[in-house]
Design a protein around this ligand. Structure first.
Ligand SMILES: [Zn+2]
Ligand SMILES: [Zn+2]
Length: 257
């Protein structure tokens, strides 16, 4: 997220080298990153945190159990700030509001990130086993939402994954399917929601077009006219300007409100 003079990364699941390449695509210098907020210790979220933090002196922000679970990636020379779910903290011009999620990690969180200069609110919720009342509340009034749309239920059940892995992904501590993401996105609709980015898609059990179709149809049916896109795995999503999205999409005529 880029707000005021502050640039923040949420997680760093790529290698240090790949992370730098992706930032370069967006014309962001690694030195310009003010902090990396880590949501949980799974490899696809922390692969690059240690090397990036050591090379560029970037502070890391994580909960205490997550720091302990990340010990293999850290050498003790990094600056690590500890935060707690439910306790907002400031990182430059950004207020970070961490909330607990339901996922099979030691202390998994989702984040709402608020631009202190404009009040714009970004919700980041990947690795959600299921939406809880607390998660709904935390994401209720976001201007932009990055939401997990992990798998297609049919592709998951017909995949080559062992049954135990399939059960884990589909469980209430695993990941949201396209269908579950669609239901949740509709629940989170409100007139100021300008954009939804679908993220954390499984390479094996999902297709970007399928996720966009399932979630897009549900949002459209509810009267939403905002910007929907699917984050790919190979290249960074281009920077989105919330005010520009709002201008382009025009007013929402939500049937649920
Ligand atoms: Zn995870
Ligand atoms: Zn993940």
């Amino acid at each position: 997220m880029w707000a005021g003079n502050t640039r923040v990364l949420v997680d760093a699941g790529f290698s240090g080298k790949d992370l730098v390449r992706r930032l370069q695509v967006l014309e962001v210098e690694p030195d310009d990153i003010h902090g990396i907020v880590v949501t949980h210790e799974h490899g696809d979220h922390i692969r690059g945190i240690g090397i990036f933090a050591r090379r560029y002196g970037t502070p890391l922000y994580m909960t205490e159990p997550t720091r302990d679970a990340c010990s293999k990636m850290l050498k003790g020379t990094e600056t690590v700030h500890i935060y707690r779910p439910g306790r907002p903290f400031n990182l430059g011009d950004i207020r970070v509001e961490p909330f607990l999620t339901v996922h099979d990690a030691v202390d998994p969180v989702g984040l709402a990130l608020v631009d202190e200069c404009t009040g714009l609110r970004l919700g980041v919720a990947t690795d959600l086993g299921r939406p809880t009342a607390q998660i709904r509340h935390a994401l209720a009034v976001c201007d932009l939402l990055i939401l997990e749309s992990n798998h297609d239920e049919v592709l998951l059940h017909t995949s080559d994954y062992p049954p135990s892995v399939r059960r884990r992904i589909a469980s209430s501590h695993g990941h949201l399917s396209n269908q579950a993401a669609a239901r949740f996105a509709v629940e989170l609709l409100h007139p100021r929601l300008a954009g939804v980015v679908l993220a954390h898609l499984s390479r094996e059990c999902n297709r970007p077009a399928l996720a966009a179709e399932v979630v897009g149809a549900a949002l459209k049916h509810a009267g939403w006219t905002g910007h929907l896109e699917v984050a790919g795995q190979d290249n960074p999503t281009s920077l989105l300007d919330v005010e520009e999205l709002r201008y382009l999409s025009g007013p929402n005529q939500l049937s649920l409100l």
